[in-house]
Structure formats: C-alpha cells, structure tokens
Design a protein around this ligand. Structure first.
Ligand SMILES: [Zn+2]
Length: 277
C-alpha cells in the first residue's frame, strides 16, 4: 500500500455512506492543488463539495472548477469582508450567474463586526440585497456572521425575509442565536472548531440542535481540525469534523454521514438535481 496520501481514518469507517464538505474555499488554493485536494478527500469518502464565493470577480474561476467534476457546487456572492466592492452593478451581475446548474446558493454573504473590513452600513446593504435576490429565486443563502448577532436578528425581524432559506456556516454564535435560527428552519454548519479543546461554546449547541439542521464543513483553508490544527485545512478533514459531531451525538459515523448528507441536499436542493452533472 502506498503511504503517499495516507491519512488515518479510512473510507471503510463510513460504512458505504458519503460525506459532504458544505463549505470549502477551493478557489483559494493554487490551481495545481485544487483537484488534488478533491481527490484526497474522495479517498476518504468525501464526495460532495460546496465552494462559497467571496467576490464576483472569481465567479468564472469557481464555475470552471465546478464544471470540471460531478459533486462540486458553489454559492456565488460577496463576502462581508469584500462588501466595499458591492456596487449598483453587482446585483445584476450576481443574477446573471444564478441559472447555472452548479450555482446552488447565494453567498457567502453576511456581517462581520469583528474585522469590520467594510463599513457596517455597507455590509448590511450588500447582505440585504443578496438575501432579496436569493429569496426571489428560491435559493438558499450561505451566511457568515461574526460578532453581529444583534444586527443579524434585526434584519431577520424586519419581515422582509419571511421566505429566506439559509445555512449559517461555521456556527459559533451561541445557544440563544442558535435557537433563533432553528426557529426559522435554518441550517447550522460545524467546522473543525468542534474539535478544539476550548470550543465548548460551539459544542454546547449540539445537544439542543435538531439533527436534521446540522451540516459539516471544513471552511478550507482555515480552521483545520485536531490533529491538523495549524496546518492548511483541506476538504478531506471534514472526516474529523464529522467524527467529533458523531461522538457528541453518540451516533455512529455512518449514521452521521448519512444524516448530514441528507441535510445538505435538503438545504441545497439544486445540488440534488445536478448530482451527476
Ligand atoms: Zn467561508
């Protein structure tokens, strides 16, 4: 057996089920590394990949990657860090991509009041417009939310987004926020943070969370789980994220894999219809 790409924790541990990395920024890797990362993940049973967009200028690059293989989809949109780039022309440009069968969501969009890379009013404007577009198209949104629970809930409470469908990715917003989101039938994405020693604030949500609302993700290239902490993250490591969530729920890994994959296709129904495309 070759030791080349050997990562402990093999495909047999999944009992025939698959895992899906619901949030991996493959576009951030060097061109030459992207499909290697996908291949290494497939060797561990990870067969689905959702690439969330950061800015619209990368859309063609992301779409080319999605169309190169089955099981790779994307969200397109503008991240709150890039919200300064949201202009009057952005909405029409975003809409022009949404009929592509590989674009299964709008995002990632949101608010980030930790880094504040863009003025808060600009972040909120970009968020609202993207949510309106997604809602009109009946597409889910992939949401980034950091240190902005209160404002996020204000936008949600405005009454403008009664039909919004959402994945709050890399959820670390605390129990109260989780309950607000669960009440709206949103999904919560769990990253390698669930494996961090000090991340009780992330794990505490799990016992309260309806199992049909959980997604697993890596947020590649960030937040590598134990035992890869400090290294660049890769979609193959969604395996460790899933193992830890399964452990917290006292569930077998195959059951967790089946559950989160079903959740993924319920959250992103357009992915289900293009599973072989
Ligand atoms: Zn992200």
């Amino acid at each position: 057996m070759s030791k080349k790409n050997h990562i402990p924790g093999g495909i047999e541990g999944l009992g025939g089920e698959i895992l899906i990395d619901s949030h991996c920024h493959l576009q951030s890797l060097d061109q030459g590394e992207r499909l290697d990362a996908v291949e290494a993940a497939r060797e561990r049973g990870v067969q689905g990949f959702l690439i969330p967009g950061i800015e619209l200028d990368e859309a063609d690059d992301i779409l080319a990657l999605c169309h190169s293989q089955k099981g790779i989809w994307c969200a397109l949109g503008v991240h709150p860090h890039q919200a300064k780039g949201w202009t009057g022309a952005s909405a029409a440009r975003l809409e022009s991509y949404l009929d592509d069968p590989k674009v299964v969501a709008v995002g990632e969009c949101g608010l980030d009041f930790f880094y504040d890379h863009a003025p808060r009013s600009v972040q909120e404007e970009a968020l609202r417009t993207q949510w309106h577009i997604a809602q009109e198209r009946d597409l889910p949104v992939v949401v980034h939310n950091r240190d902005s629970n209160e404002e996020m809930l204000e936008v949600l409470a405005s009454g403008e987004f009664k039909n919004l469908k959402a994945d709050f990715h890399s959820f670390a917003g605390g129990l109260e926020m989780a309950q607000e989101l669960i009440r709206r039938n949103f999904y919560l994405g769990f990253t390698g943070m669930v494996t961090f020693n000090r991340a009780d604030n992330v794990r505490e949500v799990l016992p309260q969370l309806p199992k049909k609302r959980a997604l697993v993700e890596t947020d590649t290239p960030y937040l590598a789980p134990v035992p890869y902490r400090g290294q660049p993250n890769r979609p193959a490591y969604v395996y460790e994220v899933a193992q830890r969530v399964a452990q917290e729920w006292e569930m077998s890994l195959p059951d967790l894999a089946r559950l989160t994959s079903e959740n993924f296709f319920r959250c992103f129904p357009k992915a289900a219809s293009s599973v072989s495309g």
